[in-house]
Write a protein that binds this ligand. Structure first.
Ligand code: PEP
Ligand code: MG
Length: 592
């Protein structure tokens, strides 16, 4: 990353009234605009007590949520048949039950609790009341009450999110921590940039910003105290500079720099499409990481040979409840049809950690990144993953689908996951539903234990991909989203490289296709090293494909191998970085 100096950077010379801050540059480019502050949605866990003057607004929020949920249940019930229709009608009746709504109202008006806290309180009261009964009818009713209450809470949280996330004009979003679910819902057409106090290079918000192609600066200390609603802000996603309340001269300088960068981008040599190879003719595949079907519409998508990572959890995050098998089938089919015969690696839902999905919340955990997230959560809740697997196998009728499991650390987890695929196949066969039973199964390697134990996992797998974001985090014991330790988050650490070399060697020795879809692959400066380590398939955000393709076409395999061998003999991140810098200077012919 280049840093602007006081002499040459657009922000030279602090001006009176401006506040200058510095964070981690995580997505390049410059944005100038009004700030839009996003906090935690009202009704989430944090907010419990309300002031007397807020009671009326909270009751109105309850009525609005009830009305919205009733309308939705009504529509679903009309479209449903059989027992499902009966359940939906029973839920509608409960939602009209004055006793239940009265309980929530009383807590808001008399207890001065927020709507969210009141609903949670009512759930707890009913649970403890009904748990004394053995009668299963009574217990069923308790479950229905809980179900309706949770739906109501979800509608409320969703309404709060929508209000927060629908600005009228293009904005720079600012937050202490922007949740991936919030980022995923932002209207891209209105998003100029992102700036936050928390988050690092591989936090999901940073990954999303890069995939949207918008500038972002994360990990900015003391950002929020410096901001006020609708403040003008400048962010530089290449240097990490943030200017709050810039004066006219600063705005002009940054605008000029932003326009110059845009012009530079347009002026670069066009990239060749079609099969890609290094300078000596070694074929390399580049694929795209996507979060939703629309990402395939991006122009640069034509430069990818397929989708190396479809992060399906973004669809779950933007849905209010667990998406049905049918809804998921439509999503996956849409992606496969847009991919037009190219392969699409669909990763099963990777929820939890920093990608919280409220209806899949595992409850409080002291260390959620290492807790009940991802495949662990799914194995505990087959009702979440089985419909997804069924949807993938069905959608596979419309293209080249692959199914990939994330975050596996033990062989028994992988066995349990693949047993679910067998179960899904059998149930589809029994139901007489069209599907493909030969969809290749892969593993995203993001836990060091899985990398080191790969030999014993491979017999269960058709392919592997390396997720360096989590792999780096777990190898170095460094939280990928915590700016306080971001200097220790080093994908080029020798320990990480040795794991990468091991995975490539083991996979290739058994003829198992191996790719990399973690952010490490996105940096063109890493390409020679990764190719030298044995990686021939790199999957990155579609926006980054042109630059990556250009760099790869200049690489010579034997030089790349020599580079990788030297890097593997090195003892520190710094040494490896300087090896890479020298190699990339040679490749790009630049002195920088
Ligand atoms: C990874 O961890 O490298 C990965 C690809 O998964 P995610 O970034 O979605 O955690
Ligand atoms: Mg991961």
């Amino acid at each position: 990353m280049t840093e602007s100096t006081p002499e040459t950077g657009p922000g030279s010379g602090p001006e009176a009234g401006e506040v200058r801050l510095r964070g981690l540059p995580v997505s390049p480019g410059i944005a100038v605009g009004r700030v839009y502050l996003i906090g935690l949605p009202v009704g989430e866990k944090g907010r419990t007590a309300i002031k007397p003057g807020e009671i009326e607004a909270e009751l109105a929020a309850m009525r609005a949520a009830v009305e919205e949920l009733s309308g939705e249940l009504e529509r679903l019930a009309d479209a449903a048949t059989g027992p499902e229709q009966g359940i939906l009608r029973a839920h509608l009746m409960l939602l009209e039950d004055p006793a239940l709504l009265g309980e929530i109202e009383r807590r808001i008006a008399e207890g001065q609790q927020s709507l969210g806290a009141s609903i949670l309180d009512v759930i707890a009261t009913y649970e403890s009341m009904f748990e004394r009964f053995d009668d299963h009818m009574i217990r069923e009713r308790a479950l229905d009450i809980k179900d309706v209450c949770i739906q109501l809470l979800n509608v409320h949280v969703d309404r709060c999110q929508r209000t927060l996330l629908t600005p009228d004009e293009p904005i720079i979003v600012a937050a202490r921590e922007l949740l991936p679910s919030q980022t995923a819902r932002l209207d891209r057409g209105k998003l100029l940039g992102i700036v936050s106090e928390r988050g690092g290079m591989t936090s999901h918000t940073a990954i999303l910003a890069r995939s949207f192609g918008i500038p972002a600066v994360c990990g900015v200390p003391d950002l929020l105290p410096a901001l006020h609603p609708a403040a003008m802000v400048v962010i530089d996603g290449t240097t990490g500079d943030v200017v709050v309340d810039p004066d006219d001269a600063t705005i002009e300088r940054y605008r000029a720099r932003r326009d110059a960068l845009a012009a530079e981008r347009l002026a670069v040599e066009p990239v060749d499409r079609g099969p890609l190879a290094t300078a000596d003719g070694t074929p390399i595949q580049v694929l795209a990481n996507i979060n939703r079907p629309d990402d395939l519409a991006l122009d640069s998508m034509g430069l990818a040979e397929g989708v190396g990572l479809f992060r399906t959890e973004y669809y779950f995050m933007t849905s209010r409840r667990l998406p049905s098998e049918e809804e998921q089938y439509q999503q996956y089919r849409d992606v496969l049809e847009r991919a037009d015969g190219r392969e699409v690696i669909i990763r099963t839902v990777d929820a939890g950690g920093d990608k919280a999905i409220h209806y899949l919340d595992p409850g409080h955990e002291d260390n959620p990144m290492m807790g009940s997230r991802s495949i662990r959560l799914c194995l505990r809740k087959p009702e979440v993953i089985l419909p997804q697997i069924r949807a993938i196998l069905r959608a596979a009728m419309h293209g080249e689908a692959r199914l990939m499991f994330p975050l596996v650390s033990t062989r028994s987890e992988l066995e349990a996951a693949t047993a679910l695929v067998a179960q899904a196949r059998e149930s589809l066969r029994n139901d007489g539903v069209e599907h493909r039973s030969d969809v290749p199964i892969g593993l995203l390697i993001e836990v060091p234990a899985a990398a080191l134990n790969l030999e014993s996992l491979l017999p269960l797998l058709d392919f592997v991909s390396v997720g360096t974001n989590d792999l780096t985090q777990f190898t170095l014991a460094v939280d990928r989203g915590n700016p306080a330790v971001s200097h220790l988050y080093q994908p080029l650490h020798p320990a990480v490289l040795r794991l990468l070399a091991h995975v490539a060697r083991v996979a290739r020795s058994t003829g198992t296709p191996v790719s990399m879809c973690g952010e490490m692959a996105s940096d063109p400066d890493h390409a020679a090293l990764l190719i030298g380590l044995g990686y021939r398939r790199l999957s990155v955000s579609p926006y980054l494909l042109p630059e990556l393709r250009r760099r790869i076409s200049r690489i010579d395999l034997s030089a790349a191998r020599r580079l990788a061998a030297r890097a593997l003999r090195s003892g520190s991140n710094r040494e490896i970085k300087s090896l890479l810098e020298a190699e990339n200077r040679r490749l790009t012919g630049s002195g920088s």
